[in-house]
Design a protein around this ligand. Structure first.
Ligand code: ZN
Ligand code: ZN
Length: 344
């Protein structure tokens, strides 16, 4: 990991100030600039890494996320139009976008992209946590390195299609290309299949992964983890894993983004005269001021009582419902009659 660590790429310590990071970046970028190193591939590659490291560490918000989640290869997927929160959490982890560690286009195709659901309670999604997921995937068989051929043997070119994977059949006037029935389009046949994987080149692989549940994550949001899916046939690279968050609803609160919404009853007298009421929040009860003449349906804003991320704080919004007493005493009824006569 040290190689890919953004701090070591820029040659700064984890406690470096934003200014120090900027300085380090400038001098490294100048040193590896293509004008100074014409045709030097390693400098070019280095400059790419430096730029990518600075893109994250140069931005305090991205840097905080990077420090928090390490170098995990996460990338947020905007599935329901609320990409902002996720974008800021996971941007900067897509090393593969810059070509590091990814195979070229040539070679066997990548494996299946898998999808798992991660269940989170309302509290977990509110405060953020980390959860372990378990899933099954297919990985390359070590015995035959994915070729499917028994050790000491190798696949041979398919005699039917001569390695092209397709056969051409003539149907009347037309010629139709079809997937080769002998090799299923692989172009190769295996004389003696690998005993471990029975010639498939793949084996079952039970995986365990720690997945962050970021504070503020919403039901239905997802992250893509590069290379955590199944391996492809014939030694092809691993596909991705998509982790979808499923967040349980709460019996009092509803969340949208970083804000929390709820309804709360207040006594008629408080609505008329104004005062303070106690309201439940995700961090315990809290007092809110009600101004005099508050109507039913009015919304009180409790600043900073919503979801907290490293850089932002959501609010709690309380929709007021005026409580109408179902039972009244004789004295209360008399007071209300007096009240009525004064107001009409
Ligand atoms: Zn095998
Ligand atoms: Zn064939």
């Amino acid at each position: 990991m040290a190689e890919d660590d953004f701090y070591s790429i820029l040659g700064v310590s984890k406690s470096a100030t934003q200014d120090e990071i900027k300085k380090a970046y400038r001098s490294l970028a100048a040193k590896h600039h293509p004008d100074r190193n014409p045709g030097d591939k390693s400098s070019e590659e280095r400059l790419k890494q430096i730029n990518e490291a600075y893109e994250v560490l140069g931005d305090p918000e991205k840097r905080a996320n990077y420090d928090r989640w390490g170098t995990a290869d996460f990338q947020g997927i905007d599935m329901d139009g609320f990409g902002d929160l996720f974008g800021s959490l996971f941007r900067g982890f897509g090393f593969d976008d810059f070509g590091f560690g990814r195979r070229g286009r040539a070679g066997p195709p990548p494996g299946q992209t898998l999808r798992v659901t991660i269940e989170a309670s309302f509290d977990e999604a509110f405060f953020g946590t980390e959860k372990e997921i378990r899933y099954n995937r297919r990985t390359t068989c070590e015995e035959c390195s994915g070729s499917g051929a028994a050790p000491g043997t190798s696949p041979s070119t398919c005699p039917t299609c001569r390695g092209r994977g397709q056969v051409v059949r003539s149907m009347g006037f037309m010629s139709v290309a079809q997937t080769c029935p002998t090799c299923s389009g692989q172009g190769q046949t295996i004389g003696s299949p690998c005993p471990k994987c029975k010639g498939t080149g793949l084996r079952k692989d039970a995986q365990e992964l720690k997945i962050p549940v970021p504070a503020g994550v919403e039901d239905g949001q997802a992250v893509r983890i590069r290379g955590a899916g199944s391996a492809g046939p014939r030694g092809g690279p691993h596909g991705d894993l998509i982790v979808v968050y499923s967040v349980e609803p709460h019996h009092i609160f509803v969340r949208r983004g970083l804000h929390v919404y709820m309804e709360h009853e207040i006594p008629f007298s408080v609505a008329v005269l104004g005062g303070e009421i106690e309201v439940p929040t995700m961090r315990g009860n809290s007092m809110v001021k009600v101004s005099s003449g508050t109507e039913s349906g009015a919304v009180l804003r409790m600043k900073g009582k919503g979801v907290h991320t490293d850089s932002r704080k959501g609010d709690q919004l309380v929709r007021v419902k005026i409580a109408v007493p179902k039972k009244t005493t004789k004295q209360q009824r008399e007071y209300l009659k007096d009240f009525e006569s004064v107001f009409t």
